[in-house]
Structure formats: C-alpha cells, structure tokens
Ligand binder design. Structure first.
Ligand code: NPQ
Ligand code: MG
Length: 366
C-alpha cells in the first residue's frame, strides 16, 4: 500500500446540551477528521483533541499543526499502520495526533484487505453494553431528570462527573432515586488532591463501580496512596498515556481498573497492548469516550468488544451528544450497540452531512 496524501478536515458539531466537567463546559465539538488516501483504499481517523488543552496537553489546532509540520512527511513512505507507530515514535508526546494518523492508515489497510477493525483487534463479542457519561448540572432535580432519561433509554451504566461541591450529594440523590442496582461510577477529571481523601471516602457508602481520575494526571504515587484509603476502586484515565504508564500504575497499586482511550494512548494498536497487559495483570478495562463522531465511535465499539473490556464503556448512542451525526447514527438497542463487521471501520461519513458540517479542508500530498 502506498500513501498518496492526507486530507485534514475540521467538522463542527453542536452538542444537544452543554456538557460540563470539572475542567470545562462544552457546547460544540470541533472535530479534526483525517482521511488517508492510498493507492488501494481510503481510510478515516478521528483526532479526539479538545479545542483547548484542558483535558490533556493537546489541542486541535496544535494537532493539525504537528501533523502538517512533522508527522505526515515522517510517514510518507510507510506501507501499513505498524509502520506509522514506528516512524512517529521518535517524536515526543502528541498521542492524539499520532492516533488519528495511525487509525486512518489502519482503516485504509483493512478496507483494502477486507478485514474489520474488530477482527484485527481481537473482537470476541457481537454487541457491547452502553454506559453514559452525565455532566455536572445546575441542580439535583435537573441531574435526576437527566439520569432518569438515560436509564429509560436503556443505558446499563451511569457515570457522574464530579468536582468539589458537586459529588456526595449528587451521588446520594441518584442512589436514593434509582436504587442500589444501577451500575454507578464517578469521574473527577483530576479535580481533587490527597487532602480530599477523607471527603472522597464518603463515596464508599454508595457501592460505586469505581472513582475515575480523582487526582492530577502526574500523581501516580498519590493515587496509590489514595487507593489504600478508599474502598471504592480507583480507575485512571488521564494518567494512562501508554502501555508503559499503564504497567507502572498497576505495579504501584495506583489503579485497579483502567479507562482505555485509543487517542490518549497513541492509537488502537497501543490500546490493544494495554488491554493485553491489563488482562495478564487481572485488571478490568473499559473503553472511554471523547465525544467522538460516528467515525471514532465505530472504532471504539470494535475495541470495546475485546475480552478484557468487562465493564460498560462510555460507548453511547450518537444521540447522547449529537442531533445529527456525520455517519449513519449509532442507535443503542436494549442497552447495547452492535460491533461493525464491514471492512475497516465498517462505516464512512455521509458526504452530504460531511459537507454540511465541514468548516475547513486541507489536502497534504506526500
Ligand atoms: C465522555 C467523557 O466523560 N469523556 C472524558 C471527558 C471529556 C469531557 C468533555 C469533553 C468535551 C469534548 C471532547 C471530549 C471531552 C471529554 C472523560 O472520560 O474524562
Ligand atoms: Mg475520564
């Protein structure tokens, strides 16, 4: 397979409702889509950076810049996805930009060979259970309405965003309203410090599946200390940027569950390596979400069907975040989404919708 060039496309999708976390409130998603054009097929990748470096150090304009300035020329002569990882390894950081390029090349490679993402990654399931991430709200009644709606839709796991001032009361209200059987977890997006340990220990009363990333990304040792003070399992997200940091966090007792996000770790091949080492260590994993369009969502659903993904992921219907998706919408059925089986990602953008939401297109020939 010979790469002819990459199309970098910005797509603006409004969110159906504001999504508030401890680090920002988002009302729209500015997506960088990458299309790899090769002599045998075209492939798609979605860069999951936010517009601003608030979740992680990367941001969308920076990702587009480093692709144009360094990465695309560095992978001009690669012939498959593993070649992308090797060619980009010398560049420090920027996992989300690297992941988007690797995914686009992998999609082209698999479409050319007629193999699906699921088959390539090691899928063992035809459907995956859907969890949903619920933002911080202006009031408890508003939160309970939102959670009730998602439970009625059939989501099998509820995740509540928390921050200091919006944590114990919110969780207690959901438990009191919806009972003890709802699978419930929280995500702090690094909003606490070890000084909050006694406060966070109050969450142990609510039988949560996990508490996600309570402390700052760099504080692996702090998470290991905190794990000794809480009953609730700690799950890392922002801290796990590679298989190496995943192995270190497990070894140090900093995490007993891992949220795997392919963009955050540099791609789906690294995501599979983390899955494999977590399974070997007896650590359950689940697939995180970055409000992907139907393109990134397709790849995440395939990843979530690997055997070690034993907890429901942030793998929701397209309608959780978007009124209109740029692919056929992903629609949950009986709390599950069907793993795509077509070549590559198994989906492609719908041209008319892609045009409607495109804000810029650039062609970079190699
Ligand atoms: C589904 C979920 O909670 N995702 C991330 C946080 C997050 C929050 C807000 C976002 C806004 C735009 C793009 C990505 C975003 C990711 C998380 O697990 O920590
Ligand atoms: Mg998270």
């Amino acid at each position: 397979m010979k790469i002819e060039g990459f199309e970098l496309r910005r797509v603006g999708l409004p969110l159906v409702s504001p999504f508030r976390t401890s680090f920002s409130t988002q009302t729209a998603r500015d997506i960088l889509l990458v299309k790899a054009v090769t002599d045998q097929a075209e492939g798609w990748g979605e860069c999951v950076t936010l517009g601003d470096p608030l979740y992680s150090p990367e941001y969308t304009d920076g990702a587009a810049d480093i692709m144009k300035r360094y990465f695309i020329q560095a992978i001009a002569d690669v012939t498959d996805a593993t070649g992308v990882g090797q060619a980009l390894h010398k560049f420090k950081g920027h996992p989300m930009a690297k992941a988007a390029l690797e995914t686009a090349v992998l999609d082209a490679e698999l479409r050319a060979e007629g193999r699906s993402f699921g088959r390539e990654l090691g899928s063992v399931r035809d459907v995956v259970p859907c969890g949903v991430s619920v933002g911080i709200m202006d009031s408890i009644p508003e939160l309970l309405d939102a959670v009730g709606g998602y439970i009625d839709e059939g989501y099998v796991r509820i995740k509540l965003k928390i921050e200091p001032g919006w944590d114990i009361e919110a969780v207690r209200a959901v438990r009191e309203r919806f009972g003890d059987d709802v699978q419930l977890q929280v995500d702090a997006n690094t909003a606490y410090t070890l000084r909050d340990a006694r406060h966070l220990a109050k969450l142990d009363d609510f039988d949560l599946l996990l508490i996600e990333q309570p402390l700052e990304e760099e504080d692996i040792v702090g998470h290991a200390d905190l794990a000794k003070m809480l009953k609730t399992p700690i799950c890392l997200d922002e801290s796990v940027t590679s298989a190496q940091t995943a192995a270190a966090a497990i070894r140090l007792g900093a995490t007993s569950v891992i949220n795997i996000k392919p963009g955050r770790v540099g791609g789906y091949l690294e995501a599979r390596r983390i899955h494999d080492l977590a399974v070997a260590a007896g650590v359950p994993v689940w697939c995180g979400g970055m409000l992907e369009s139907g393109i990134g969502r397709a790849a995440n659903i395939a990843l979530a069907s690997l055997p070690g993904f034993t907890l429901p992921g942030d793998v929701s219907s397209s309608s959780r975040f978007y009124k209109t998706d740029i692919t056929e919408p992903w629609v949950m059925e009986d709390g599950h989404l069907t793993v795509p089986t077509g070549p590559g990602l198994g989906v492609a953008p719908i041209p008319e919708l892609l045009e409607e939401f495109t804000t810029s297109v650039e062609w970079i020939a190699v």
